[in-house]
Design a protein around this ligand. Structure first.
Ligand code: ADP
Ligand code: MG
Length: 269
């Protein structure tokens, strides 16, 4: 891969959208791998009990494997459970197991429940070189997602190019404003990625135009096309970057990562 510029300060990017199936995990794993292939130190934290990001990055996450659950609930250091992904050098993963499904409830009675991930990440960054932390969220606005929003400085929202694309985004924006107002005033929406774009339909172009009109600064110039290769890759425990490196989907994610690295944390060129 081509070398990408190192950020001035480590960047922590939360991939959030409480709608399921919009391409959060696909975007998280492919951007993480693309940034790592660009020579950057990347840590992906899987916050979804389904563990789809762990799967796509070729990382074991059967019940009993230590990961995000132990960090949030037991207060384990991240470094104890981080594993290297075979997808790229410099790419590390904190896996999620199905145990994490219970964390949403267990966190409620834990002190500073919204700050658990932030505390663990601060400690990790003091000991480990890291350029990007990518946080893959579950499809809800519960305490797991709130922990990610508190730990991050940037939000990346994937939006699927289909009917009702913006539905739910205003609710997400309200949650972001709430977190900014209380728990994390550094948080900002830096990036919107348009996913599953099908250039043959007028609808997809209309949705893309509508999103750009709402978020002219934040929307990345690179569109992620709908592609069978992208959807097949996880069943091989791979990202599309290693599964089909010259496919249009792989190239789109490499370009999106280059866009993000070039724009910097402020979210615009
Ligand atoms: P989320 O994490 O938001 O629930 P996923 O990334 O898991 O969404 O994507 C939902 C489904 O759509 C998955 O089966 C995934 O493989 C598929 N998918 C994601 N992006 C694309 C794409 N660009 N082209 C085709 N299929 C995609
Ligand atoms: Mg997901």
């Amino acid at each position: 891969g081509r070398q990408l510029p190192k950020p001035d300060r480590p960047r922590t990017v939360v991939i959030a959208n409480q709608k399921g199936g919009v391409g959060k995990t696909t975007t998280a794993v492919n951007l993480a791998a693309a940034l790592a292939l660009g020579g950057l130190e990347v840590l992906l934290i899987d916050l979804d009990p389904q563990g789809n990001a762990s799967t796509a990055l070729g990382v074991d996450h059967h019940s009993g494997v230590g990961g995000t659950y132990e960090v949030l609930i037991d207060g384990d250091p991240i470094s104890r459970h981080v594993v290297a992904s075979p997808e790229a050098p410099h790419l590390h993963v904190l896996p999620a197991t199905i145990d994490l499904a219970g964390a949403e409830i267990e966190l409620v009675s834990i002190a500073s429940r919204e700050n658990r991930l932030k505390q663990a990440l601060t400690a990790y960054r003091e000991q480990n070189a890291v350029d990007y932390v990518i946080l893959d969220c579950p499809p809800s606005l519960g305490l797991l997602t709130v922990n990610a929003l508190v730990a991050a400085e940037e939000i990346l929202i994937p939006i699927q190019c289909e009917y009702y694309a913006l539905e739910g985004v205003s609710q997400l924006m309200r949650t972001i404003e709430m977190v900014k107002g209380g728990l994390n005033n550094r948080l900002r929406l830096s990036t919107i990625v348009l996913t599953m774009f099908d250039g043959r339909t007028r609808l997809a172009s209309q949705v893309a135009d509508e999103v750009r009109a709402h978020f002219p600064r934040e929307t990345l110039p690179t569109l992620i096309p709908r592609s069978v290769r992208i959807s097949e890759a996880p069943s091989y425990g791979q990202t599309v970057l290693s599964y089909q490196p010259s496919s249009v989907g792989a190239i789109a994610y490499l370009n999106a990562a280059a866009d993000i690295a070039a724009r910097g944390a402020e979210g615009a060129y």
